[in-house]
Design a protein around this ligand. Structure first.
Ligand SMILES: [Fe+2]
Length: 165
């Protein structure tokens, strides 16, 4: 197998064509940066939330970042399987995330719920678009991975929005 060139897709025995793999790596890396960014937002919420619903929200946010942590690992490992390099460093996440920055001053439980609901909805929308992009390109496995993630994000969004009445 040829040595990977910087920025290029590496050779692999995976039978998907290099152009298909390159397209999927782009979609996966974009989702990876957003998911890692959202993970840190959820952790901030877990750490700083205050108010009468503290116990419930503190625990819910822990469940959420555990889910996102698993999703991050799946996205990054699929990038590598396809011959790409994950955009997974703190610096790359900061540079590439498409989510609005998480406000560090939030404390009130419902303010955190609203901020997270906005970001979960934004990530769910781009992940859902990625299902079609990768499926149409011929990478059913990446489309399936993104489908699972979008289901997780939709469920979390439902739980967040249920707090808002
Ligand atoms: Fe904790």
């Amino acid at each position: 197998m040829a040595k990977p060139k910087p920025g290029k897709i590496a050779a692999t025995r995976n039978d998907l064509g290099a152009n298909v793999r390159e397209a999927s790596v782009g979609v996966l890396n974009a989702a990876l940066a957003d998911t890692m960014d959202l993970t840190n937002g959820v952790r901030m919420a877990h750490w700083t939330v205050r108010g009468p619903q503290f116990a419930a929200l503190h625990a819910l946010f822990e469940t959420f970042y555990d889910q996102l942590g698993e999703a991050t690992d799946d996205l990054a490992e699929r990038v590598v399987q396809l011959g790409g390099t994950p955009d997974g460093t703190t610096q790359l996440v900061g540079e590439k995330s498409r989510l609005p920055p998480y406000p560090p001053g939030l404390r009130d439980g419902m303010d955190h719920v609203k901020a997270l609901a906005d970001r979960y909805a934004a990530l769910a929308a781009t992940v859902r678009a990625g299902i079609d992009t990768t499926g149409d390109a011929g990478d059913a496995d990446t489309a399936d991975l993104l489908t699972g993630l979008s289901r997780t994000l939709d469920k979390a969004l439902w739980m967040l929005e249920a707090h808002l009445g």
